[in-house]
Design a protein around this ligand. Structure first.
Ligand SMILES: [Zn+2]
Length: 324
């Protein structure tokens, strides 16, 4: 993801104002009915709220980050591909492999898809990119949050889905997609970005997958300490509202009340094809987004708690989607 970063960087004062502005929009008095208790049980169906193993997810983030720079075409990128696939042993895994023709040359690109079949007809897709920024190669940039956290949370989602589905899950099929080539190789544009998802959307359009997708959610930069998920103007409003509702069930709503701005991320090719999609992205990353796309995007900025907040919320969103 990027593009709007420019907006964030340039208009930080406006954004700060927006943050301040947005706080009174949900006064505490409005929250009174929900104050009875931080809900631990879904009121609608009395099922317990999902709970990821955030320590394990944090450990995944650490291990992924320890590979070092993981830009497309690099040796570490290949190592990470193997690491992801090794964690999906026994799962239904599909490779979407192709060659991206970029202004920096040709690169092999691999989207990795793990499928957890459901009894209901339809698919919930959860995406997160595993490549790290290409222009920053050689700078020691490890993308702990940007690339690391998205890879890790999907691995933990796989654990959760696997343990709950001896056969088919009760709801829709859930497909986890570790996307590749999300980052630009030179400077973000419609043609230099989102290589993996732009390919995947075409493939899914041709094979009929696209029209089966009930909802698609992108995880990006979700582990910064005290994570602040923004409200993306390019996302589908009802899906953002559902995520917000899921967040409220866990008492996490203050982490999903960030600035409102249009984002360009892996959801965009799907938004353009009419797929209900949401970009779940923690921005700004550090005050004024100072850590984003810098060698300071390291593990010490992240927390297991943030992975838990986002992870539990997204699994609860899946649960709510299953009931629709
Ligand atoms: Zn990035």
């Amino acid at each position: 993801m990027i593009a709007i970063v420019v907006t964030l960087a340039c208009n930080s004062s406006i954004n700060v104002a927006q943050i301040v502005d947005s706080q009174p929009a949900s006064p505490a008095s409005n929250a009174a009915p929900a104050e009875t208790a931080p809900t631990v049980v879904n009121a609608a169906d009395h099922s317990p709220l999902p709970h990821i193993d955030s320590k394990r997810a944090f450990q995944y983030t650490r291990e992924v980050t320890a590979f070092g720079e993981r830009y497309i075409g690099s040796e570490n990128h290949k190592k990470l591909e193997r690491y992801i696939v090794e964690h999906l042993k026994g799962d239904q895994v599909e490779d979407d492999t192709f060659t991206a023709d970029t202004i920096e040359g040709k690169f092999p690109v691999h989207n990795i898809i793990a499928k957890f079949p459901g009894k209901k007809d339809g698919i919930i897709a959860i995406l997160g990119h595993y490549d790290t920024n290409y222009p920053l190669r050689g700078s020691g940039y490890v993308g702990a949050n940007d690339g690391g956290s998205s890879t890790a949370i999907l691995l933990e989602f796989a654990n959760q889905l696997r343990s709950r589905a001896a056969e088919k899950r009760d709801g829709y099929s859930v497909w986890l997609v570790w996307t590749d080539g999300e980052e630009a190789v030179k400077s973000w544009s419609a043609t230099d970005s989102l290589y993996g998802t732009r390919h995947l959307v075409e493939k899914w359009e041709k094979d009929g997958t696209l029209k089966k997708i009930k909802a698609l959610m992108v995880m990006d930069m979700i582990a910064a300490d005290d994570v602040n998920i923004l409200r993306d103007d390019n996302s589908t409003p009802w899906l953002l509202d559902l995520i917000q509702k899921a967040a409220e069930s866990g008492g996490y709503q203050s982490h999903f009340d960030g600035i409102q701005t249009p984002m360009e991320d892996d959801h965009l090719p799907f938004v353009k094809r009419g797929v209900p999609s949401a970009d779940v992205i923690g921005m700004p990353y550090g005050y004024n987004d100072v850590f984003h796309h810098t060698p300071q995007d390291t593990m010490d900025k992240l927390s297991a708690k943030s992975l838990e907040i986002v992870g539990n919320t997204i699994l609860e969103t899946v649960h709510l989607l299953d009931q629709r």
